[in-house]
Design a protein around this ligand. Sequence first.
Ligand code: MSP
Length: 511
Amino acid sequence: MKKNNFYITTPIYYPSGQPHMGHAYSSIFADTFARFMRIDNYKVHFLTGTDEHGLKIQKAAEKANEEPLEYCNKISKVFKDLSIKLNLSNDDFIRTTEKRHYESVYDLWNKLVKSGDIYLSKYKGWYSVSDEAYYNNDEIVEKNGKYISTFSGSQVEWVEEDSFFFKLSAWEKKLLEFYENNKKFILPISRRNEVINFVKSGLKDLSVSRTSFSWGIKVPKNDKHVIYVWLDALTNYLSALNYPNTKDKLYKDFWPASVHIIGKDILRFHAIYWPAFLLAAGIEPPQRIFGHGWILSGDEKMSKSKGNILNPIEIVDVYGIDQLRYYLMKEVSHGSDGSISLKNLENCINSDLANNFGNLCQRVFSFINNNCNNKVSTNNKFSKNDQNFINETKVLTKDLRTNMRDQDLNNYIKSVIKLSFLTNKYINDEEPWKLKNSDQDKMNNILHLSIVQIAKISILLSPIIPISSNKVLNALNIEAEDRNLDFLDGKKIFKDKILINNLEILFKKIQ
Ligand code: MSP
């Protein structure tokens, strides 16, 4: 991959039902990083899409009385529409039913056969359709006559059928070496430890084909077998770059992926199976897997089967997309699970967006509008208070790049919102309105510094609340190509004279 290129992916979603807040969270989380890397002058490729094969989808289609492809066409569109509703900046939307994906999967399969990592045998064991996962005996308990996975809580069924196997057991040592040599391959650290412990406890060969249903990609030269949906699905990250054409510009520019953003429930597939498949096929593994926590409703993971879904589309319609994006990114601590509620959403909108950042913008813009004819200038002669304000800003912005590069969005947002708080305080302390008739130069310096600060905060918040940030940056007449993080390296955002436009109210307070 070229230096300064960044390839980031969301999980591709099962189109097996309506999207919920957990899906929205995973997507917005990835979108925030994609947007951040763009303003940090990286060339970004951001991928999302739908995972359309396997028994789970076949069953969902049967229930809807539709052919699987017809069903997928319909539900995949719902997820595509969601990506627009959530204002995702994805460069591509892949569907695993596309021709480009089939070619990629065939190629990977053939490579694994050629390397001697795939063999034919019989699978006897537990399978969960809702997780599309195999479980060991020691991961199953019996509850009210049903067998349940202790790992996910999903129901499992006993399966006995002919199957191809991937020699996962042979990759145990090499995977552990790979984790050791790539300390940030799995983040957060707690997830890394979880994976390492699991691998150390011993890996069994993995069944990578099924023969008891038909909806999937057929094994080359053996169409009795359908390729295991996870081997199929994971390959989407390569298909989207036109693999197996490794000379393709997209592939050369963007593989290996910089980060796959995923929820913690699908960590095993991404952090164990995926690098093992790739290493076996002689393809470089991705640089990072980031496993975020779950959105909870009450104490439980939000999911269709539990019937505790908050509908992201309804919430966007009532509260606004920037409001939802900000709330999810700020409130849910990214390594761990987080409970969300409408009450907390409303409190967060009022305290951070309306009363803090929104109020800061409104008061500064209307003051300049009412008193300075929309123009401010500076003579660069700063008082001790101005200088303190400038220094405190430097301290608060110092670690922002590192925060984002480590997917530490919580600390990033905390620092940025503190900047806004600091600016409101600076204005309260300096009282520029009292200087109108006595010291216009000083008043102008204060306003100029405040506007510079608003520009910085808006740029920093643009990955999270792009629509509102851009309203401010438009009103500040900052060109699109200048909406970047160069100011963190000391580049000035404005000349000494600034002309602004009027700014509409950004966030309505919720009563
Ligand atoms: N199709 C697989 C992913 C294949 S990637 C090669 C899948 N799909 S999913 O639709 O079930 O989930 C997509 C993503 O949403 C996963 O990262 C999952 O962790 C995330 N979430 C689903 N429910 C969630 C919550 N309640 N909270 C946060 N994210 C969770 O898995």
